[in-house]
Design a protein around this ligand. Structure first.
Ligand code: TRP
Ligand code: ZN
Length: 879
C-alpha cells in the first residue's frame, strides 16, 4: 500500500518550537480566479534558541510566490520551500517579520480544509491542520498569536466580509472591489482562524452579558433562509446566559457571528468570534426539520459557544490533548441540555449514543485512549472516544467531587490557565488541588482504551442480617495495550426493599462507600451492609455513573421490580433494556424465551405505557428493545447480523404484539392540533406517539401499516412525516415504496430534506437496497463533493444497516470499499469516516469475516490512498 507518508507522531516527542509567531498580519485578495495571500508574521526566537537554528514552517499544497525578511527578499540559498513546508535556514536571532506570498485555488479545494468555496461563498476550516493550506505557518495549537486580517473582494459576489474578532475598518477599494479589516485581540492558535466572504443574508440580535457588555449577534446564511435561523439564535442566547449562570463565564468580544455553509466536513467549528456551521445544524422550520434536528441545533450551537472558554481562551498544547477541549465541552453541552430539558431523558439518550458509537469503537480495531499517545493522521481522532468518552470522564470527575468540588476545580482551571495552551495533566491538577485529593489513578481513564466490564453479584444472609455486594472489574486488551490497570469506578447505587421503598442500612464495610456511591478502585472488592432485615434489590450504576459494561446476578424478576420501583429513572429504563437483552441473547444462543418471560416483559412495557408519573419522552425511550448492534456486541463473537435482526424482530412481536390495543389507544390520545413547538413537552408527546407508531408497524399490528401511511400523508410537520416514513421503510410495508417516491417528489429539491430521503433509503434492511443506492449514485447530478449527501447515503448504509452492509455474500462490503476508494480522491475525511463502518468485522461469523477482510485487502491495493484512509485501513486490518 502506498501512502502519502507513513510517519507516526508520538506524544513523548513533544517539544516546544524554537521560534514563536507573536502576531500575524494577513492580506487576502479574493477573486473568482484565485486568492492571493500575503502574510506578515512577527517572529521571535525562544530564549534558549541557538544561533543558526532553522525556522521550519508547515505548509500543505502551497506554492510560494515571494519571501522576504524585514522587507528584504531572501536569496534562493537562504530557504527551501515545497508544497509541504518552508524552511528558513538561518533566521535572525531577534524579533523579525517574515513576509510570504502564496496563491490559492479555493474553487478546486474539495477536501474542505483550508480556504474553499461552498455554493459560491469563500470560507475556511482550519482545525486541526487546515491553516497550513492557507499560508506557511507554525500550524500547532501551542503557538498563540494575535491576528489582523485584511480582505479585499469584489463587492458584487462578496458583499459580506467576515473574520475573527472586531471589524476595525471597511471601505471601497476601487474597480468594483471593497475591503474589510478585522482584528482579534485575543492571542489564538491558527486552527481558530476563520474568514468568510460571500453574498449572504443574515438575522441579527444582541445579548447583554452579566457585567453589562452588549454583544452584537448575527447569523449569516444563504438568502431566503433567514427565517430558518431563528431557533439557532434563540439557542445561542440561552447558551450565553447558561454559561454565565452555571460556570460564571461571560462572552469576551463585542461581536459574535455564526455562518451557515452547505459543504462542511463536520458539524460546526468554534473559530474565535466567527463560528462556522454545517447548515444542517442551523436551519430549522417545522415543515422540514425534525425534533431531533431542533435538539441537534440547540446542542451544537451551545457546544461551539462553550468552546469560547473551553478550547479558545484555554486551548490544547498539542493534538494529543484534543479531549481537553472536546470532552469537557461535550460535558458542558450535555449539562446545558439537561438543565434546559429533562435530565433523565438526556442521560438516557446520551448513553444510547455512547453505546451505539463509542463502545463499538472501544471494543474494536480502532480502539484508542481518550488521550492517544500516537497518531498518523489527527483527523481520524475526532472520534466518539475523544468526544463522548472524554465527556464521561469529566462527568465521573464531577460525580466523585460533587457539584461544589467540581465547580471549585473549574474555577481554578479558568483562573490559572486562561490564555494558555495546556494539557490533561494540568486539567486534572486543578481538581486535585482545589479538592485536596489525588487523581493519579483516575488519570488512567485518559490513558487506557477499552470499555471496562464491571461484574456485580449480591448475597443476603438472613441470620446475620447482612447483605454483600461483590464487585470486580476487567478491561480486555486493545490494540497496542495488552495489559490493563484497574480504573476508578464511581458506582452510584441504592438498595430497595421488597415493598419498593428505599432501604437504609446500619453499617457498611469493605470498599469505599460514601453517601450512595461505591468507589471501586481495585480489581475487586466486597461491600457488606449490616442491619438489613430483608433481602433488598440493588439498583446499581445509577445514572450510568461510569461508562462500563455491567453484568449482575439479578434475575428477570429483580429487573422488572426495578423497572417499576427504582427511584432512578435511568435504571428503570436500563432494567427494561436488560430484560430484553437477556431474552434476545438467550434466543440467539439457542434458548428461546418462554411464553411467561415474554409476557412478563410485555406487561412491564404495558405498565410503563400506562404509568401516570412518567413523562412522555421517558416512555418513548423506555418502550424499546436494545438495538441490533448492541445485541451483537453483547454476544461478542461469530455474529450473524441477519439472525440478530430476525430474533429481535420476533421478540418485538412477542412483547409488543399483545399491547397493540393500548398502544393504538395511546397513539390516538396523543394526537394534537396545536401548531408545532420545539419545547421538551411537545417534543416528548411526538416522540411517544411516533415510537408507538413504529412499534405498531414493526410488530405488524392490524391496520398499523395503513395508519403509518395515513400519518405520513396528513403530517403537518417533518417529525411526524419522517417517523411514519421511517417506520414504513424499515418494515418495508406495501406502501413504503410509494411513500419514498412521494417524499422524493416533495422534497428532493431541498438538500437537507433530500438527506433524510437518502438516509431512509440506505437504512432499509431488505434486499434491493444496494441496487437502489447504486441508482442514486449513478445520477451524474448527485453531488459527490458534499459531505452531508455522502454521509446520509453511504455513512448510513455502512453504520446503520448491519444486515445489508454485512451481507454474507460480501456485496455490501465491496460496495462500501469501492465507494471509499472513489471518494478518497475527492474528500479523504469523508472516505475515512465511512470506512470506519467496517470496525465490526472481527466479531462477525467466519463467512462474513472473510468477505469483509477481502474487501479491505482489496482496498489496500488501491494506489495513492490518502493518509486518512490508509491509517484507518491499516489499523482495521492489524487485528
Ligand atoms: N472543533 C470542532 C467541534 O468540536 C470539530 C471540527 C469542526 C472538526 N470541523 C472539523 C474536526 C474538521 C476535524 C475536521 O465542534
Ligand atoms: Zn467541539
Amino acid at each position: 500500500m502506498r501512502t502519502e507518508t507513513e510517519h507516526t507522531i508520538y506524544l513523548k516527542d513533544y517539544a516546544a518550537s524554537p521560534y514563536r509567531i507573536v502576531s500575524v498580519d494577513l492580506d487576502f485578495r479574493i477573486l473568482p480566479e484565485g486568492t492571493r495571500v500575503i502574510s506578515q508574521l512577527t517572529i521571535e526566537p525562544q530564549e534558549t534558541t541557538a544561533p543558526g537554528t532553522p525556522l521550519v514552517l508547515d505548509g500543505d499544497d502551497l506554492a510560494l510566490g515571494s519571501i522576504a525578511i524585514d522587507g528584504a527578499p531572501l536569496v534562493l540559498s537562504a530557504y527551501a520551500a515545497d508544497t509541504n513546508g518552508l524552511t528558513v535556514f538561518e533566521p535572525p536571532l531577534r524579533r523579525f517579520v517574515l513576509e510570504t506570498e502564496v496563491n490559492l485555488k479555493p474553487e478546486g479545494n474539495t477536501k474542505l480544509m483550508g480556504l474553499y468555496r461552498s455554493s459560491g461563498t469563500w470560507c475556511t476550516q482550519c482545525e486541526p491542520e487546515g491553516f497550513r493550506r492557507i499560508t506557511y505557518y507554525l500550524d500547532r495549537p501551542d503557538n498563540l498569536a494575535t491576528f489582523k486580517v485584511t480582505m479585499v473582494a469584489p463587492r458584487d459576489v462578496a458583499p459580506v466580509l467576515l473574520a475573527n474578532g472586531n471589524l476595525v475598518g471597511e471601505g471601497d477599494a476601487g474597480d468594483g472591489m471593497h475591503f474589510a479589516i478585522w482584528e482579534d485581540p485575543f492571542p489564538k492558535p491558527a486552527y481558530l482562524f476563520a474568514l468568510v466572504a460571500g453574498d449572504l443574508g443574515s438575522i441579527t440580535d444582541s445579548f447583554t452579558t452579566a457585567s453589562g457588555r452588549k454583544v452584537e449577534l448575527a447569523i449569516y446564511c444563504t438568502h431566503g433562509k433567514e427565517q430558518q435561523c431563528l431557533w439557532a439564535m434563540d439557542s445561542l442566547k440561552r447558551s450565553m446566559a447558561w454559561d454565565e449562570k452555571r460556570f460564571g463565564r461571560e462572552y469576551d468580544l463585542d461581536i459574535f457571528n455564526i455562518v451557515a455553509v452547505s459543504d462542511f466536513n463536520f458539524g460546526a467549528m468554534e473559530n474565535k468570534g466567527l463560528n462556522i456551521f454545517n447548515d444542517k445544524l442551523v436551519f430549522a422550520q417545522p415543515e422540514t426539520a425534525t425534533d431531533a434536528d431542533y435538539e441537534g441545533i440547540e446542542r451544537v450551537i451551545a457546544h461551539e459557544y462553550f468552546h469560547n472558554w473551553t478550547g479558545n481562551r484555554i486551548t490544547c498544547r498539542d493534538w494529543f490533548q484534543l479531549c481537553l477541549k472536546e470532552g469537557l465541552t461535550v460535558y458542558r453541552d450535555q449539562e446545558f441540555t439537561s438543565d434546559e430539558r429533562s435530565r433523565a431523558v438526556k442521560r438516557i439518550s446520551d448513553v444510547v449514543s455512547l453505546r451505539g458509537a463509542q463502545f463499538p469503537e472501544d471494543g474494536g480495531p480502532l480502539a484508542h485512549p481518550a488521550r492517544p499517545d500516537q497518531y498518523r493522521e489527527i483527523n481520524n481522532f475526532y472520534t466518539a472516544t475523544v468526544y463522548e468518552k472524554g465527556a464521561e470522564i469529566v462527568r465521573m470527575l464531577a460525580t466523585l467531587l460533587g457539584e461544589a468540588g467540581f465547580r471549585k476545580g473549574m474555577d481554578l482551571y479558568f483562573e490559572r490557565h486562561d490564555g494558555e495552551a495546556t494539557t490533561i495533566e494540568a486539567f486534572l491538577a486543578v481538581f486535585a488541588e482545589a479538592n485536596g485529593i489525588d487523581l493519579e489513578q483516575f488519570k488512567t481513564w485518559y490513558l487506557q482504551a477499552g470499555t471496562p466490564r464491571l461484574t456485580v453479584s449480591d448475597s443476603y444472609d438472613a441470620t446475620t442480617q447482612t447483605y454483600t455486594l461483590k464487585l470486580s472489574q476487567e478491561t480486555l486488551p486493545t490494540p497496542g495495550q495488552p495489559t490493563k490497570e484497574a480504573l476508578v469506578l464511581p458506582i452510584k447505587f441504592g438498595l430497595i426493599d421488597p415493598n419498593g421503598s428505599p432501604m437504609a442500612w446500619g453499617g457498611v464495610s469493605g470498599a469505599e462507600v460514601r453517601d450512595e456511591m461505591i468507589v471501586l478502585n481495585g480489581a475487586s472488592a466486597e461491600v457488606t451492609f449490616t442491619g438489613i432485615a430483608n433481602k433488598p434489590v440493588p439498583s446499581l450504576l445509577r445514572g450510568f455513573s461510569a461508562p462500563v459494561n455491567m453484568t449482575t446476578n439479578l434475575t428477570q424478576d429483580d429487573q422488572l421490580f426495578l423497572a417499576r420501583h427504582d427511584s432512578d429513572p435511568f435504571n428503570r429504563w436500563q432494567a427494561l433494556q436488560d430484560v430484553g437483552m437477556a431474552l434476545a441473547v438467550d434466543a440467539i444462543n439457542g434458548k428461546p424465551w418462554s411464553a411467561e418471560a415474554a409476557k412478563a416483559l410485555s406487561d412491564a412495557f404495558g405498565d410503563t405505557l400506562a404509568g401516570e408519573t412518567l413523562d412522555d419522552a421517558f416512555k418513548a425511550l423506555a418502550l424499546s428493545l436494545p438495538a441490533e448492534a448492541q445485541i451483537g456486541r453483547t454476544i461478542g463473537k461469530d455474529i450473524d447480523p441477519s439472525q440478530v435482526h430476525a430474533v429481535r424482530d420476533d421478540l418485538l412481536k412477542a412483547v409488543f404484539g399483545p399491547l397493540a390495543l393500548p398502544m393504538l389507544r395511546a397513539y390516538r390520545a396523543l394526537a394534537s392540533d396545536l401548531p408545532y413547538a420545539p419545547d421538551a413537552a411537545s417534543n416528548g408527546r411526538r416522540a411517544l406517539r411516533n415510537r408507538l407508531l413504529g412499534l405498531l408497524v414493526a410488530s405488524e399490528a392490524a391496520g398499523a401499516a395503513s395508519l403509518a401511511a395515513q400519518q405520513y400523508a396528513e403530517a403537518r410537520n417533518m417529525t411526524d412525516r419522517l417517523a411514519a416514513l421511517g417506520a414504513s421503510a424499515v418494515a418495508w410495508t406495501a406502501d413504503a415504496p410509494a411513500m419514498l417516491a412521494d417524499f422524493h417528489a416533495r422534497f428532493a429539491a431541498d438538500p437537507l430534506v433530500y438527506d433524510k430521503w437518502l438516509a431512509v433509503t440506505a437504512s432499509v434492511p431488505q434486499d434491493g437496497v444496494i441496487e437502489r443506492i447504486r441508482t442514486v449514485l449513478a445520477d451524474p447530478a448527485f453531488p459527490r463533493t458534499n459531505p452531508n449527501r455522502l454521509r446520509s447515503l453511504m455513512g448510513t448504509f455502512a453504520m446503520s444497516n448491519p444486515t445489508q452492509f454485512a451481507r454474507a455474500d460480501g456485496a455490501g462490503f465491496r460496495f462500501v470499499a469501492d465507494f471509499v476508494a472513489e471518494v478518497d480522491k475527492i474528500n479523504p475525511q469523508v472516505a475515512a469516516r465511512v470506512l470506519t463502518g467496517f470496525r465490526v468485522w472481527p466479531m462477525l461469523e467466519s463467512e462474513r469475516r472473510d468477505a469483509a477482510k477481502s474487501a479491505l485487502t482489496g482496498l489496500q491495493s488501491v494506489n495513492s490512498l490518502s493518509r486518512n484512509t490508509a491509517d484507518i485501513l491499516t489499523r482495521m486490518l492489524a487485528s
